[in-house]
Design a protein around this ligand. Structure first.
Ligand SMILES: [Zn+2]
Length: 111
């Protein structure tokens, strides 16, 4: 049965029957890995999809900000510029809220 191991140096999470010989992130040896409890392993699996969704929303919010900047530069008329300025500001809020949520996940082992 597969287990979950965490590198005690860099936090890399590995899945397998045994810990990897070398950590793919920091390059240190197998002895630096600790096996996670079933409860901690469940947190990692349960949060995998939502972490990916947050990451994708962050990328999309960045795209909204880029498009909004382009729209502001087009400068069609004041109402149009205002709509793009609002979208750019809202994209920042969306992005930062997702980053804050991810930081909370990481702090709580949901990563
Ligand atoms: Zn490592």
């Amino acid at each position: 049965m597969e287990k979950i191991f965490k590198c005690s140096i860099c936090g890399y999470i590995a899945e397998g029957i045994e810990a990897p010989e070398v950590c793919p992130k920091c390059g240190l040896g197998k002895e630096k890995f600790v096996e996670l409890s079933e409860e901690d392993a469940k947190k990692i699996y349960a949060s995998d999809r939502t972490n990916n969704i947050h990451a994708e929303i962050i990328v999309l919010a960045d795209r909204i900000a880029e498009l909004s900047k382009e729209g502001i530069e087009e400068n069609l008329d004041p109402k149009c510029v205002s709509a793009f300025e609002k979208a750019k500001n809202e994209a920042w809020v969306i992005k930062q809220r997702c980053k804050a949520e991810l930081a909370g996940h990481m702090a709580n082992g949901k990563w």
